[in-house]
Design a protein around this ligand. Structure first.
Ligand SMILES: Nc1ncnc2c1ncn2[C@@H]1O[C@H](COP(=O)(O)OP(=O)(O)OP(=O)(O)O)[C@@H](O)[C@H]1O
Ligand SMILES: [Mg+2]
Length: 113
């Protein structure tokens, strides 16, 4: 089991959701977040204090999948979210130790799938 964490542009969310559904990935958690990448945005000097004003609005999507679904998930997100411009986002893949479906008590890949 892996967790795919994707941070994408807010305007990419609808296309990413559609691409995931088309790839039969139906479970996800979505949150609005603030972040910056390698451009570091910029800083502003306000009355002698360096103020960090570079945190941009992004959308964080978390999807836990069985291992064979990692590539389809990542491919769907990349295809839907890529514009080719800076700030298109990042995808992280993390190991997941266990999953429990609370309603049934199922565990592991049965609970994820
Ligand atoms: N190493 C990182 N750790 C945590 N969050 C990150 C990291 N890199 C990017 N992010 C998050 O992803 C968002 C989008 O990153 P972004 O696409 O700007 O990455 P980048 O490395 O700067 O690539 P690019 O040069 O294409 O812009 C950031 O605003 C931040 O929220
Ligand atoms: Mg960037």
């Amino acid at each position: 089991m892996k967790m795919v964490v994707a941070i994408v542009r807010p305007e990419a969310l609808e296309d990413v959701k559609k691409a995931l559904f088309d790839a039969e990935i139906h479970k996800m958690t979505v949150n609005p977040v603030k972040g910056c990448g390698q451009q570091k945005g910029y800083t502003e000097n306000y009355r002698g204090t360096i103020i960090n004003v570079n945190l941009l609005s992004k959308i964080r999507i978390e999807i836990v999948v069985n291992d064979e679904f990692v590539k389809p998930t990542v491919d769907a997100i990349i295809n839907a979210a890529r514009t080719g411009n800076i700030g298109d986002g990042k995808i992280f893949v993390l190991p997941v130790e266990e999953c429990y479906r609370i309603r049934t008590g199922e565990t592991g890949s049965d609970a994820v799938g």
